[in-house]
Design a protein around this ligand. Structure first.
Ligand code: KIV
Ligand code: ZN
Length: 387
């Protein structure tokens, strides 16, 4: 199987999301955890953005040994100089240089002509290559750029020494088919493209970030930019855990591997959620509290007989002990009896009938029952198990 590199931008694009900022110490801890997760590349920040960002990137560059560490830079010399100062002590320094290539960004944000943008891109990559062994170049808002012009920019960047070309869907506008088409286009029209690694970077404004990422892998992308828990600007970035698990569970389709240590996923997700003070929605794929929970009687019965009846992902894959049977008003007798046994209570058939009715009444009134509720219920109807 071919390998897809995982480029984590939790500490750069993720940290840009409102209310998610981390202090220097937390950033280093997250970076060390990302290293334990075996991500290939850690985008540690945007060194020219502020002295705090600079220090954080420098500290991470010194602390991380086994992942490539990179930092973002606009296509201007001073950003690249600052990035080099922050990253020069790391084992595998990379700079991530970018410039916008979409008509609206060039005209309204940069106030530059396409010719000026082309020139800036080429000279920035050339300059960056004079320090950095690895230069990644991004066409910001690639997905809404004019492909012939963008292809010229990419070709110029490759000739100037870029070894990774990243084409972001900056505002999460594309459908999977459209995003894949863009990568096919550049592979057909840019000379030298076969010598670089293609990278995707998807935002989730229309809920398609993970789907777009997977479509781009099928179109030849071999580096995926993503964040833990999908944190990021607006509706966030493509979620690392969703992509990693999709590639794992659907290897039959994608035929790709990553070097991730999958059983570090849950721990990483919890750390990021806690440090960023950013709770995870219960229904969030892979890491949400309900991702491995079952409440309905039919599902619980199936899972007790064979977890694979309703679980395509094993909780142990991401480092969790097991799934959870949630007892609520949709649950059945099998799960109810199992709960009693788990709490050391033996129930006769008659006691089950009586207490099960009482449980359903209670579950109708209360959304969530805790162990205290069950202890009460069982002590009313049952006797302790005889071992
Ligand atoms: O979304 C985006 O376009 C970015 C670039 C700076 C790579 O984050
Ligand atoms: Zn982004």
């Amino acid at each position: 199987m071919e390998k897809v590199e995982i480029y984590d931008t939790t500490l750069r694009d993720g940290e840009q999301s409102p209310g998610c900022s981390l202090n220097e110490h937390e950033k280093v801890q997250v970076a060390k955890q990302l290293e334990r997760l075996h991500v290939d590349v850690i985008e540690a920040g945007f060194p020219a953005a502020s002295p705090e960002d600079f220090r954080a990137v420098r500290n991470i560059a010194k602390a991380v040994k086994n992942s490539t560490v990179t930092g973002l830079a606009r296509s201007i010399k001073s950003d690249i100089d600052t990035a080099w100062e922050a990253l020069k002590d790391t084992e595998n320094p990379r700079v991530h240089v970018f410039i916008a290539t979409s008509p609206i960004h060039m005209a309204d944000k940069l106030k530059k002509s396409p010719e000026e943008v082309l020139k800036m891109a080429i000279s920035a990559v050339k300059y960056a290559r004079s320090f950095f062994p690895q230069v990644e170049f991004s066409c910001e808002y690639a997905s809404r750029s004019e492909y012939p012009f963008m292809s010229q920019v990419i070709e110029g960047a490759i000739k100037a020494g870029a070894s990774v070309i990243n084409l972001p869907d900056t505002v999460g506008f594309c459908s999977p088919e459209e995003y894949a088409k863009m990568f096919h286009y550049v592979q057909e029209h840019v000379s030298g493209i076969e010598s670089v690694r293609l990278s995707c970077h998807c935002h989730n404004d229309l809920g398609m970030a993970a789907a777009n990422t997977l479509a781009s892998i099928e179109a030849g992308v071999r580096q995926v930019e993503c964040t833990v828990n999908g944190v990021g600007e607006r509706a966030g970035n493509a979620a690392l855990e969703e992509i990693a698990v999709a590639l794992h569970v659907r290897k039959d389709r994608y035929q790709m591997m990553t070097q991730l240590k999958m059983n570090e996923i849950a721990k990483t997700s919890q750390m990021v959620s806690q440090f960023m003070n950013s709770p995870i929605a219960a229904t969030k794929p892979v890491v949400g509290a309900n991702a491995f929970s079952h409440e309905s009687g039919i599902h619980q019965d199936g899972v007790m007989k064979n977890p694979k009846t309703y679980e395509i992902i094993s909780p142990s894959l991401i480092g969790l002990d097991s799934g959870k049977l949630v007892l609520g008003k949709h649950s059945g007798r099998h799960a109810f009896r199992a709960k009693a046994l788990e709490m050391g209570i033996h129930l006769s058939e008659e006691q089950i009938n009586q207490s099960f009715h009482a449980f359903k009444d209670l579950a109708d009134q209360k959304k969530e029952l805790d162990d205290q509720d069950f202890r009460h219920l069982f002590s009313h109807y049952a006797q302790p198990a005889i071992h």
